[in-house]
Design a protein around this ligand. Structure first.
Ligand code: BGC
Length: 779
């Protein structure tokens, strides 16, 4: 990053000190550079003014708890996520925070991952679009985002040590893709490196990751901050491109940085570069705040001071309150309602009619589970009780029965169950809240199964036996095995984690005040044994082999043609939508898809359109289809239509060609599907793309088959071999089996058959000459 702050007067020790924290949540004020406050994130501002920790132990000032990423992602709506980001930015300003530690954009590789609640999706495109929107929203308020955890942090087990061992294609195409998209399009002011190793090298000491890729290839110009406690060898981290080691304290290693420079083991330029980046971040924050204050109308945060670092004192310690808290609670409710997924709705059981006798069952109805555990845990400004909100909309014919306990208590489980079952029988409909308690999933550990507690399933079975009109409402951070629920309950609403206003949002959806439009951002498998990483999770001896390669999430289930319980992208509505007029036309290197979506039902609603693309005749391994575009319609009245236009970009079509270390857009026919889920494909169309000319250098190790497939090498071979090569080029002449055998002979073996080395050299030279007008791409 460039910085106009003059650091020339700073000593080496002062520059080194700028690269580590003053304490748990702040960087140091040194010379002209002010201290900056960084804090979690991502779904609320976790501003601690008393005891500090990054484990979710001590409290924090009240702030709005928006839906965590697991819920928010189910909206599939970057516009909504941006608004949540703006609100988070405003609260960060009020609470004196300069950098909010989010978004978490790691891919949900395995449903057992303990931190999946903090990540968006199993799909990189959806993750990238939502993460970019979050960054844009937060930074529009003059608060830096911290894109995390860079990179390949897909499990909690052994997270500070384990190496994520990933082949180049999945690394690029799955695990780095969202990071790349967000860095290049939303330009986060900071990136947080992860705890884990990537292919053996610690992220915090990984020069390829932090410098060559992040800054070199993607053009990142902000601050690389460490995850809290990720740095063990500070000089090595500085050399790799890490700017700010957090948290601070005596162990931060400033003295080791100085000693390394003095010993000639570390270039002082690296220390200066890190200090300059930190100074640049402070300037950037100041400039953004000056801009937002100067703008007509400003932002809601415009009344706050503009100087970073100077505001800890201004923070009154009362958290977010008053009108801002009210406004943001309403936004949290709107957002949460957009995240609820209607998984099934047999006999149109939902929406419920107010005034009916409704038995609400399950302690999560009275005390909702609304956020995950660990560093992201925030103190909400208020918490909507689903039960109270259901009563507010449903009337006083709503009764409540715990039915089971989430913690072992005095109550006899059998008594609780019998009472709830009797109430369900006497009511007209039962609404059963099921889910995982806070101690069953969290940052810091992975689950070892996907099951709901047996007690809850037994209760559901007993209720459903007595009451055919049973609705299940789910709360959980990680995916659950839902086959028993799907079998027992005609209607299922998935809330995942919805934040502090989830109770009101669920009531809105249950009674049809809001027509659900949420879609699953993660597949619900039939059973754990079907999942892609089942045999490679969580690894062994601090190595996790990403053996499923590219086939993560729906890419796996589709390639293996496996049944799933609910597919990626699934979600029903109280109305129906028709898709018509699908077309695809070239646009840039990619194409533009157009279609018309019509509300064919009787209620207003919005549809989430999903574009998937495949290359049926691809020369490389590919998923059957992958998400390459999405759009959320506006709220369509019954009978109304909307023209949807989606640009499918080169970056989302290209594959990483390992032989030349570049992205390549394969020429050929692409199949484009428009769907309401990854398994509800409504229309498809083919489009031909010119793509890139792929030139793999021909070497002595190339086979005859590879050489013959390359026009220039084939021409050169013909010249050398004359008729022999001609006949080798014809499967008929030699027979297909003979051709296949000959095709696998490497060129360097031709010497054994009498070819002179000069001939081979001439062949390679001719094959590898690039004609001036080849039109090959450099990227
Ligand atoms: C987490 C980060 C978090 C940091 C500060 C770490 O343990 O991995 O996501 O931002 O603590 O709380």
């Amino acid at each position: 990053m460039t910085s106009r702050t003059d650091l020339s007067q700073l000593s080496l020790a002062e520059k080194a000190a700028l690269g580590s924290g003053a304490d748990f949540w702040t960087s140091r004020a040194i010379g002209p550079v002010p201290a900056l406050t960084l804090t979690d994130g991502p779904h609320g501002v976790r501003r601690q003014t008393g005891a500090t920790d990054h484990l979710g132990l001590a409290g924090s000032e009240p702030a709005t708890c928006f839906p965590p990423a697991v819920g928010l992602a189910n909206s599939w709506d970057p516009g909504l996520v941006r608004r949540v980001g703006e609100a988070l930015g405003r609260e960060a300003r009020v609470l004196g925070v300069d950098v909010l530690l989010g978004p978490g954009v790691n891919i949900k590789r395995d449903p057992r991952g303990g931190r999946n609640f903090e990540y968006y999706s199993e799909d990189p495109l959806l993750t990238g679009r939502l993460g970019a929107a979050w960054v844009g929203g937060v930074q529009s308020a003059g608060v830096g985002a911290s894109l995390k955890h860079f990179a390949a942090n897909n499990a909690e087990h052994d997270r500070m040590r384990a190496s994520s061992d990933i082949d180049p294609r999945p690394l690029r195409e799955i695990y780095l893709r969202a990071f790349s998209h967000i860095v290049r399009t939303a330009r986060p002011w900071t990136v947080m490196c992860s705890y884990n190793r990537i292919n053996g090298v610690s992220a915090a000491q990984n020069r390829w990751l932090l410098t060559d890729l992040l800054r070199g290839e993607w053009g990142f110009d902000g601050v690389v901050v460490s995850d809290w406690g990720a740095v063990v060898d500070r000089p090595a981290s500085v050399a790799a491109g890490l700017d700010l080691a957090m948290p601070g304290g005596p162990g931060a290693g400033d003295d080791r940085v100085v000693a390394a420079v003095e010993a000639g083991a570390l270039d002082e330029a690296a220390v200066t570069a890190a200090a300059t980046n930190v100074a640049g971040l402070a300037e950037r924050i100041h400039q953004a705040r000056t801009r937002t204050v100067d703008e007509p109308g400003g932002t809601a945060a415009a009344s706050e001071q503009t100087d970073p670092g100077a505001h800890s004192e201004e923070n009154t310690g009362s958290g977010v309150s008053g009108g801002l808290a009210d406004t943001h609670h309403r936004l949290a409710r709107e957002a949460a309602a957009r995240c609820v997924v209607l998984l099934q709705n047999d006999r149109d059981l939902l929406p419920l009619t107010p005034g009916r006798n409704i038995a609400v069952i399950g302690p999560f109805a009275a005390e909702p589970r609304y956020q995950g555990g660990g560093s992201s845990h925030v103190t909400a400004t208020r918490i909507d009780s689903p039960l109270a909100e259901i009563r507010a909309l449903g009337g006083d014919t709503v009764t409540y029965h715990p039915g089971f306990t989430v913690t072992t208590g005095d109550a006899d489980p059998a008594d609780l169950r019998d009472e709830a079952v009797a109430a369900a029988r006497d009511a007209e409909v039962a609404v059963v809240f099921l889910g995982l308690a806070a101690d069953q999933e969290s940052e810091g550990f992975d689950r070892d199964h996907l099951e709901l507690p047996a007690e809850q399933l037994e209760l559901l079975a007993a209720v459903a036996r007595e009451q055919p009109d049973t609705v299940v409402v789910l709360a959980h951070g990680g995916v659950l095995r839902l086959e028993p629920v799907a079998r027992l309950a005609p209607a299922v609403l998935d809330g995942a984690l919805l934040g502090q206003a989830g109770g009101g949002a669920l009531a809105d959806v249950l009674f049809g005040v809001v027509n659900p439009s949420g879609r699953l951002a993660e597949t619900v498998p039939v059973r754990l044994q079907d999942t892609p990483a089942y045999l490679n999770f969580p690894g062994e001896n601090s190595h996790v082999r990403y053996g499923e390669g590219l086939f993560v999430g729906y890419r796996w289930y589709d390639a293996r043609d496996l049944d799933v319980c609910y597919p990626f992208g699934h979600g029903l509505s109280y109305t129906g939508f028709g898709y018509s007029g699908l077309s695809a036309g070239p646009a840039g290197d990619g194409f533009t898809v157009r279609l018309t979506v019509t509300n064919t039902g009787t209620r207003p609603g919005r549809e989430v359109v999903q574009i998937y693309t495949g290359v049926p005749d691809s020369a490389v391994q590919r998923p059957v289809r992958a998400l390459t575009g999405t759009a959320v319609t506006g709220e369509l009245a019954p009978g109304a239509s909307e023209q949807v236009t989606i640009d499918v970009l080169r970056e989302d079509l290209a594959y990483w060609e390992t032989r030349i270390g570049r992205w390549v857009l394969e020429p050929g026919t692409y199949r484009v599907w428009a769907g309401a889920s990854s398994r509800d494909l409504r229309a498809d169309i083919d489009i031909d793309l010119a793509g890139d000319t792929l030139r793999i250098p021909i070497t002595l190790d190339s086979t005859l088959g590879e050489a013959m497939a390359d026009p220039r090498a084939a021409a050169a071979l013909s010249a050398v071999f004359g008729e022999m090569a001609d006949s080798m080029g014809s499967g008929d002449a030699l027979g297909v089996d003979m051709m296949r055998m000959i095709a696998s002979i490497p060129l360097n073996r031709l010497a054994l058959f009498g070819m002179a080395s000069e001939q081979l050299d001439a062949l390679l030279a001719a094959a590898n000459t690039t004609p001036p007008d080849s039109g090959e791409r450099a990227d």
